[in-house]
Design a protein around this ligand. Structure first.
Ligand code: NAP
Length: 325
């Protein structure tokens, strides 16, 4: 089979090559999936550089989620040959013509969900669902501030926040992205490149601040982000696309009666697989009812993966880039 592989860690554009790789065999509780669609995620950039939390032995393959049909089922696997499934591979592996998926992080794809939707739904909506509801305890009528609102997890958070009945303030780096956030349902918009995010949030909330803050950006912006928190609020840390990992003063946490909360969605697969499965079913239900709909920026054939990764790196993407075979 062919796969996007890297033999040493480095920038994706230097280390990735579309080359032959031995077809793997599924072990107990695993299946081998023949790939039809894979969505790209920001962490794919980190996986190639060896900077991601999970590492697989070199030569390795990036790609965290993939859709296809079960080609071989390992011993005791709950899946059978021909099942249409989506699989989540935490350290990577799906940017390949075939990939191995563990049963605990593999789900059947219902008929009403296309391959492209299924590929775009698991990581971003799974992360945002857990981040907003399980970790952030978001309730109807609360104010939700979302950073990177037009990105993968950000766009999913806007749709899920509106589904929950919250007032959504979407923040993004330029006007074109804010127009996308508005289309996704955001009630208020902030351009954090040009505007003062703190006074804008205070403006939209009668001085109170946001009840839940969903932050996949981190970096220097966090100096402002933490000041947008309301009394009794929850600030959910999702990621650090801006590059640096910010710090937080604990006196601020105390004085605001606020919670600083982390989310590492991938860990739920090993620790609480049933919860993830229920979330996956819930998301497919919301999709069927038209309450969510993954935003697809572009679909590209597999051999053009580098172009897709470049779009993510250069901050051009709205929603998701999906590769198809
Ligand atoms: N905690 C978890 O379980 C979990 C799960 C999945 C993803 N994540 C993390 O969530 C973050 C977002 O992932 P994603 O796949 O949604 O990424 P994405 O689609 O690329 O979106 C990220 C957004 O970050 C903003 N951004 C700000 N500074 C940036 C920079 N220097 N470079 C690139 N983007 C920048 C961009 O919006 P503007 O241009 O509008 O600023 C962009 O839309 C990543 O850090 C990822 O690792 C965490």
């Amino acid at each position: 089979m062919k796969a996007w592989q890297f033999r040493t860690y480095g920038p994706y554009s230097e280390v990735l090559e579309w080359s032959e790789r031995a077809l793997p065999s599924p072990q107990i509780g695993q299946c081998l999936v023949k790939t039809s669609a894979v969505s790209l995620n920001f962490p794919d950039l980190l996986v190639c550089q060896g900077k991601y939390q999970e590492k697989t032995p070199l030569p390795a393959v990036p790609g965290m989620e993939g859709v296809g049909t079960v080609y071989q089922a390992g011993q005791d696997s709950k899946f059978k040959i021909g099942d249409r499934v989506v699989g989540f591979c935490h350290g990577g592996g799906t940017l390949s013509e075939y990939f191995i998926s563990n049963d605990d992080s593999t789900w059947l794809v219902p008929n009403h969900v296309t391959d492209i939707q299924a590929a775009a739904l698991s990581v971003t909506y799974g992360t945002s669902y857990f981040g907003l509801f399980h970790r952030g305890n978001l309730k109807a009528n609360e104010t939700l501030l979302i950073l990177g609102g037009a990105g993968g997890v950000g766009s999913a958070a806007i749709q899920l926040g509106k589904y929950a009945g919250s007032k959504v303030i979407a923040a993004a780096g330029n006007e074109a992205k804010l127009a996308i956030c508005k289309k996704l349902g955001a009630d208020h918009l902030i351009n954090y490149t040009n505007d003062d995010m703190v006074s804008a949030v205070k403006n939209f909330t009668n001085g109170a601040g946001a009840d839940v803050i969903y932050d996949p950006v981190g970096g220097e912006l966090f100096e402002k982000t933490k000041r947008c928190a309301a009394w009794d609020s929850r600030l959910v840390i999702i990621g650090f696309t801006a590059g640096s990992i910010p710090k937080m003063e604990t006196n601020r946490v105390l004085l605001k009666n606020m919670s600083l909360i982390g989310l590492a969605w991938g860990q739920y697969m090993k620790r609480r697989p049933k919860m993830v499965e229920r979330c996956q079913e819930k998301l497919y239900g919301l999709l069927r009812e038209g309450l969510i709909d993954p935003l697809i920026f572009d679909t590209l054939p597999f051999p053009r993966a580098i172009e897709g990764l470049k779009m993510i790196e250069q901050r051009e993407v709205y929603g998701k880039v999906v590769l198809t075979i």
